[in-house]
Design a protein around this ligand. Structure first.
Ligand code: IMP
Length: 179
């Protein structure tokens, strides 16, 4: 596995412009409503930190930590809740903030779980979605980028828990070619 300068998929500048655009749309849509952002850890940490500071509304923030990948680049399909929310979301306007959608299994599971807690509304904001047919359909209201079906790191996304601190989003290449 290697990372090179040539493998930048999305630059810091492109990401920041998109984050501002998404935050502007969200600010307009949720005007007059109390917004609760739920960030899916750990991948959405950097995205939510930037996004929330550009949203011009009063908001609350909570976290869920889930695990579906282990230390490989292929999803196991089994979603485990590692950390649940701190507070009740009943009657709240919830926006789930996710880094990337691959198979859709994680968000599909999370949405069903959160829906049962009876929020007033429940939507998704994802920075990236892979261009392929998801294993399970996920309806994303706010989407940053559609990317090819490759494995990427940086801006919060990891490979074996590394590379989350990169400001750009890079393509992971293996000795066998692109993932
Ligand atoms: P899904 O359940 O297959 O949609 O996968 C969602 C989760 O897997 C994301 O929240 C990420 O944490 C992780 N993931 C999926 N694709 C990538 C990738 O290309 N790079 C890093 N993490 C990924």
């Amino acid at each position: 596995m290697s990372l090179s300068k040539n493998s930048v998929l999305l630059s810091e500048k492109e990401i920041q412009e998109k984050v501002c655009e998404l935050a502007g749309t969200i600010s307009a849509d949720y005007e007059g409503r109390e917004l609760l952002l739920i960030a899916v850890m750990k991948g959405a940490l950097v995205f939510v930190a930037d996004l929330m500071r550009k949203i011009k509304l009063p908001l609350e923030l909570d976290f869920m930590a889930v695990s579906s990948y282990g230390s490989t680049t292929k999803t196991s399909g089994v979603v485990r809740i590692l950390k649940d929310l701190d507070a009740n979301i009943e009657g709240k306007h919830v926006l789930v903030v996710e880094d990337i959608i691959d198979t859709g299994l994680t968000l599909n599971y999370l949405l069903r779980n959160l829906k049962s807690r009876q929020p007033a509304s429940l939507e998704i904001c994802a920075l990236m979605c892979k261009e392929k047919k998801q294993k399970v359909p996920v309806s994303v209201k706010y989407l940053g980028f559609t990317i090819p079906d490759i494995f990427v790191v940086g801006y919060g996304l990891d490979f074996g828990q590394r590379y989350r601190n990169l400001s750009d989003i890079l393509i992971v290449e293996s000795e066998f070619g692109l993932q």
